[in-house]
Design a protein around this ligand. Structure first.
Ligand code: XMP
Length: 515
């Protein structure tokens, strides 16, 4: 899609480059992360309003350190260098960078020493987050120091005539509390952005773009009921209506009544052409006697492809495009050659591995968006909160939450226990703070008493975690009353369970799922 204004972020491999993009987008300015060595001629053509050089793990004075095209500085486009980006700016423009042996890492107090548009509206003394070994020793010609900290005489620099700025700290992280405002100052005050990045506008423009691309052709989408594919479905439906065909595979390992909910929402309410493949029996049969977690995943993945491919074949000849819920973090991964920020991001949701006879062109309408933007688009399109704010759910479904053999009876027990966990946590006003919450069925029986009788039944573990991205997580400190009602309800209402435990492990070293 073409954007009327945007900021280019050149990625030098920092773990937090993505945060720069998110902080800027949060302020309604579109930005993109692009290769660190993007030629100035290309940037001139794409005419960003500003350029940001990110931080990175390398050392600017090293011969093999990633450099920028020096002609960037002659484009007459405002530039902000962050950490490595500031050092690169200094060295490229004739200053000097000292290769340090000691790292400065953590919070620091910084004093603003000269007025600058970057710090406009902020206090003269600010907390910032430092993470660097090298530092600028001699400023390039035309630059002045605008802030200093105890360890860093050049905590920030500017050449306000050429609109080139550098900060040694990281404005994009939360430990620089006014950092977002500094990035906002750069975008609005220095680059002159107006802030036209709004999801309503994205939807409008994207719909036009989708219609132009698809024309009279048809599109197939594997709908899982997760946030991404649900939003793709709603967006494509709005754009092309009956030319969209969704296939939903019920593998028999979904949460309680999930398939019915999806049919009701997408089939009935939205009126989308929805094919539901109820293949629970097939999946169960192929999982018979399998208790090894990796085997379960492989079997489910392969069976899914087989079922989806068979359904897709029914559309062959009619359908030209396969839609996917690829998000921006997956896209950045492929543009970031220095093993940058997104090396840590997994992509689970692509329908990879379709057989060769099924050749579709791809359509990926969310590939410019971060997850929180996808949610906003979903809300704008009228998707209910239970879809848009849905917690992540693994592709193999409840199979990785049933430890040991998978049988219809054990699936039913887990579905009922899981339903109670969800119902009780959803009653918490701050339930959106809990990243994921679910029940796990253990492969053991324990002794209990029920009235005068001795029972010998299943144990359910409850897992609830807080996390930012699923890569690390901590167990959620659920209030005792919530744990109490979860436990009471499961033991009293779910036949076959007589004990409930709470999982108090964090990731790492544990994982969020049990398998
Ligand atoms: P772990 O268990 O590795 O999970 O800590 C991290 C996040 O990924 C989800 N997850 C999956 N999602 N297919 C998916 O789509 C999978 O096979 C899969 N395995 C784990 C998990 O629920 C958590 O959010």
């Amino acid at each position: 899609m073409k954007h009327s204004e945007w900021i280019a972020i050149l990625d030098y491999g920092s773990q937090v480059t993505q945060l720069i993009a998110r902080r800027i987008r949060e302020q309604k300015v579109y930005c993109e992360i692009i290769r660190f060595d993007t030629p100035a001629t290309e940037l001139k053509k794409r005419a960003p309003k500003g350029i940001i050089l990110s931080g990175g793990p390398c050392s600017v004075p090293d011969a093999d350190a990633p450099k920028c095209d020096p002609a960037l500085f002659d484009l007459n486009i405002p530039i902000l260098g962050i950490c490595y980006g500031m050092q690169l700016t200094a060295q490229t423009l004739g200053g000097k960078v000292h290769k340090g042996t000691k790292r400065e890492y953590g919070k620091a107090m910084m004093r603003v020493t000269k007025p600058s548009q970057i710090f406009q509206g902020l206090e003269p003394e600010l907390q910032v987050w430092m993470s660097h070994g090298d530092k600028v020793e001699v400023l390039p010609k035309g630059f002045e120091a605008i802030a200093q900290s105890d360890n860093c005489p050049y905590a920030a620099m500017q050449d306000s005539t050429r609109k080139i700025y550098g900060v040694q700290f990281h404005p994009e992280v939360v430990h620089t509390p006014q950092g977002a405002q500094m990035l906002g100052n750069f975008a609005y005050k220095i680059c002159g952005c107006v802030g036209d990045w709004k999801m309503s506008k994205f939807i409008e423009e994207n719909i036009t773009a989708i219609r132009a691309k698809v024309g009279t052709d048809h599109v197939l989408l594997g709908l899982s009921g997760g946030v991404d594919s649900s939003v793709v479905a709603a967006l494509l439906h709005k754009a092309i209506g009956p030319q969209l065909h969704c296939v939903y595979v019920d593998n028999g390992l979904m949460r309680y009544r999930e398939t019915e909910e999806i049919e009701k929402l997408f089939g009935d309410a939205f009126g989308i052409d929805l094919t539901v493949a109820r293949e629970g029996d097939l999946f169960l049969k192929s999982l018979e006697g399998v208790s090894d977690p990796e085997k379960k995943r492989k079997i489910i993945g392969k069976t899914f492809i087989d079922v989806f491919a068979e359904k897709a074949r029914g559309f062959a000849g009619k359908v030209r495009y396969l839609a996917q819920g690829t998000l921006y973090p997956d896209v950045i991964e492929s543009v970031s050659p220095i093993g940058g920020p997104s090396a840590t991001i997994k992509s689970h949701h692509n329908v990879g591995g379709l057989p060769d006879d099924l050749q579709f062109d791809l359509i990926e309408p969310l590939r410019e968006l971060f997850k929180d933007e996808v949610r906003e688009v979903g809300r704008e399109l009228g998707l209910p909160s239970y879809v848009v704010d849905r917690q992540p759910f693994p592709g193999p479904g409840l199979a990785v939450r049933i430890i040991g053999d998978i049988t219809p009876e054990r699936i039913a027990v887990l579905q009922q226990a899981d339903l109670r966990v969800r119902e009780e946590i959803l009653k918490m006003p701050n339930h959106l703070d809990v990243w994921q919450y679910f029940a796990v069925l253990l492969p053991i029986q324990t002794v209990g008493v029920m009235g005068d009788d001795r029972t010998y039944e299943n144990v359910v573990a409850v897992r609830a975690v807080e996390s930012r991205d699923g890569m690390t997580a901590d167990w959620y400190k659920l209030p005792y009353e919530v744990l109490d009602s979860i436990s009471n309800r499961i033991i009293n209402e779910v036949k076959g369970v007589n004990r409930v435990c709470y999982d108090i492990s964090s990731k790492p070293p544990s994982t969020i799922e049990w398998e």
